[in-house]
Design a protein around this ligand. Structure first.
Ligand code: ZN
Length: 327
């Protein structure tokens, strides 16, 4: 299993294993959708490999079982959104934790979305963490660290995860999703290092959406008032979620224009394939105008959560854009 990024986090645990200083419980925290669970699974596989622990050989029966998700000593507890981890779930886990490992020297328990534990569940788990069974290691994973009780947090060694670097996410999208390099580069930048977000963007056919947005934005700049209708139509998309995504693309373009005005053509520009349009907009508007437009877009994104008239909201943004130009 190839892990993209997170080298430091992997190294911390491998070093601890090599020095026989593994903690009984780890807390992996950081932004959602960046690969924390994958790292925990890879670590589980590595720690249990009888051939080359703390690295997975990838060839032995233990490594193969772990890869296929059927190793009897690796327990993954993962939830769908909007559910909670109940006390019975934790009890089931505790019953398994007190037994000796079936095949390996250790048992690994991975609890994803640990913040979804009810208070009773967290208290039950706390007892296990206070008196950990000798051969069990727990990995709690969360993107909402602050929702976990401090008593649980204090029993875990905390390891923070950061979004992937742009070049690492670009390679992932090229190698795993067969994405063209230029497209991958743009999506990696738009997703801010979030793997799930980038993959969602790919599935949502973001490049087609961007192309329509680019056309409509050009129309708006060229025809002003006459271009408003088409721009609003494209920006609105089919539903609120699409509007939200489209607004964040326009926001990223505004950010690029300001960057261009300040530093010229820099590597930090997200929409590199729109450079011509970015340059044109940089000529037409003042940096202050973009600060204002960005603020409007942020306001609109927030307002979308409520029951507002989407078209009216978007028309206002269009007029702000046109108005800012004249100003
Ligand atoms: Zn192995």
């Amino acid at each position: 299993m190839k892990i993209y990024g997170h080298d430091k986090q992997l190294q911390i645990i491998r070093e601890a294993a090599a020095n026989e200083r593994l903690a009984h419980a780890y807390l992996f925290y950081g932004m959602e959708g960046i690969g924390k669970r994958l790292v925990a699974l890879e670590i589980a596989r590595s720690l249990l490999c009888p051939v080359s622990a703390p690295f997975a050989c990838g060839e032995c029966p233990s490594c193969k079982k772990a890869l296929h998700g059927n190793h009897p000593d690796i327990f993954l507890f993962a939830l769908q959104e909007a559910q909670s981890i109940k006390i019975d779930d934790i009890r089931m886990l505790q019953e398994k934790a007190v037994l000796r490992p079936f095949e390996a020297s250790k048992k690994i328990f991975i609890v994803d979305n640990a913040e979804a534990m009810t208070r009773e569940a967290a208290n039950a788990l706390l007892k296990t963490l206070e008196e950990p069974p000798p051969s069990s290691i727990f990995f709690l994973i969360t993107s909402r660290y602050h929702l976990l009780p401090s008593t649980v947090l204090s029993r875990c060694q905390k390891i923070g995860f950061t979004p992937l670097a742009k070049d690492v996410l670009t390679s992932l999208l090229v190698e795993e999703n067969g994405c063209a390099h230029e497209t991958a580069l743009t999506i990696a930048a738009l997703a801010g290092g979030g793997v799930s977000l980038a993959k969602n963007m790919l599935e949502g056919d973001i490049m087609t959406r961007r192309a329509s947005l680019q056309g409509a934005l050009r129309g708006l700049l060229l025809e002003r008032e006459k271009g408003v209708f088409d721009f609003v139509k494209v920006l609105a998309g089919n539903d609120k979620q699409e509007t939200q995504k489209n607004l964040s693309i326009i926001e990223s373009v505004c950010r690029d224009v300001v960057l261009f005005q300040l530093f010229g053509k820099t590597a930090d520009i997200i929409n590199r394939d729109w450079l011509e349009l970015v340059e044109e907009m940089a000529r037409l508007f003042s940096p202050l105008a973009f600060v204002n437009i960005t603020r409007e877009i942020e306001g609109a994104s927030g307002a979308l959560r409520f029951n507002v008239n989407r078209n009216l909201l978007l028309e206002t943004i269009c007029h702000k854009i046109i108005g800012a130009w004249e100003w």
